[in-house]
Write a protein that binds this ligand. Structure first.
Ligand code: BTN
Length: 257
C-alpha cells in the first residue's frame, strides 16, 4: 500500500461498489457529484490523502490539514430502502456512525451537534455535508480531524477544533477508521430502512444541545431558546415564548448553559 488507503480492501466494504483513492484532490464531494451525474450509476467512495479545496455547509470552506480524513460516499437512498425525504435522518445516521466508529476504534465518546457535526471534549471533531447531484442520489461528504494539527489553520478554527489523535494520544490509522465508519453507517442506514429509529435514539443520547440555551441563525434571523432535543424527523426543537418549534435548517451560533 503506497499511501494511507488501500483501494482493494475499501472495495470490500459495505455500501461501496466503486472506489477512487486520490493522493490529492480539490474536493472529494465535487468528484463524487461528477460521478453521480454520469449515466451509469455505482455506489462510490472517493477518498483522498490531501484535500485542497474542501467545502463546508453554506459558503464555508473546510480546512483539512495534512493527516485529516476526507471522503465522500455517493449512494442512491432508494437502493438502500430509504426515501429522499429521510435526508435529515440520513445526516443524523452519518453522525451517529462516526460516533460509533470513534467509540469502537478509540473508546472516545463523541457528541452530536445538530444538524451534522460531531464534537469531542467541547470542540469540533468532524463535519458532514449532504448534497444531491441529481434527484434520487446523494453525496455524503465527511471531514474528520484524524491526525491533522491546527497550527496552520485559520485562528478561529484553532480554538474550536480537536483531532482524534490529540484526544486518543495516538496516531490514527485512517484506513481502519474509514472501514469502521462504513460498517457502522451500513448498520445505521439498515436500521432506518427497517423503521428502527435506533440512530435517532443514539443521536438523542449524544445530543450536545439538549437542555441548553441555544441561538440558531437561519439566514439573517436569529432564534434563541431552550433546546428540547430532536424531533422524530430529526428537526431541532427549540422552546421560546412558551412554544416548542421544530427547526429544519440553520446554524447554531451560540450554546449557553
Ligand atoms: C461542515 O462542517 O461544514 C461540513 C464539512 C464537510 C467537509 C467534507 S471533507 C470531504 C467532503 N468534501 C468536501 O469538499 N466537503 C466534505
Amino acid at each position: 500500500m503506497s499511501g494511507p488507503f488501500n483501494a482493494e480492501s475499501l472495495q470490500e466494504a459495505a455500501l461501496v461498489e466503486r472506489v477512487e483513492v486520490h493522493q490529492e484532490l480539490g474536493s472529494t464531494s465535487d468528484r463524487a457529484k461528477e460521478l453521480g451525474c454520469e449515466e451509469a450509476f455505482a455506489p462510490t467512495l472517493v477518498v483522498t490523502d490531501r484535500q485542497t479545496a474542501g467545502r463546508g455547509r453554506g459558503a464555508n470552506r473546510w480546512h483539512a490539514g495534512e493527516g485529516a480524513l476526507t471522503f465522500s460516499l455517493l449512494i442512491r437512498p432508494a437502493d438502500l430502502g430509504l426515501v429522499t425525504e429521510q435526508q435529515g435522518l440520513i445526516s443524523i445516521a452519518t453522525a451517529v456512525a462516526l460516533i460509533d466508529a470513534a467509540r469502537a476504534a478509540h473508546g472516545l465518546d463523541g457528541r452530536f451537534k445538530w444538524p451534522n457535526d460531531v464534537w469531542l471534549n467541547g470542540k469540533k471533531l468532524a463535519g458532514i455535508l449532504l448534497e444531491a447531484p441529481r434527484p434520487g442520489s446523494l453525496v455524503i461528504g465527511v471531514g474528520v480531524n484524524a491526525n491533522n494539527r491546527f497550527d496552520a489553520a485559520p485562528v478561529e478554527i484553532q480554538a474550536k477544533a480537536i483531532s482524534l489523535s490529540e484526544a486518543a494520544s495516538a496516531e490514527i490509522d485512517r484506513q481502519s477508521l474509514l472501514l469502521a465508519f462504513l460498517a457502522a453507517l451500513n448498520r445505521r442506514l439498515g436500521q432506518l430502512a427497517s423503521n428502527d429509529l435506533s440512530p435517532l435514539d443514539a443521536a438523542r443520547a449524544a445530543c450536545l444541545l439538549a437542555d441548553k440555551r441555544v441561538t440558531l441563525l437561519v439566514g439573517e434571523r436569529a432564534t434563541t431558546g431552550l433546546c428540547r432535543g430532536l424531533a422524530g424527523d430529526g428537526a431541532l426543537l427549540i422552546e421560546s415564548v412558551n412554544a416548542v418549534v421544530p427547526h429544519y435548517a440553520g446554524s447554531i451560533i451560540e450554546i449557553g448553559d
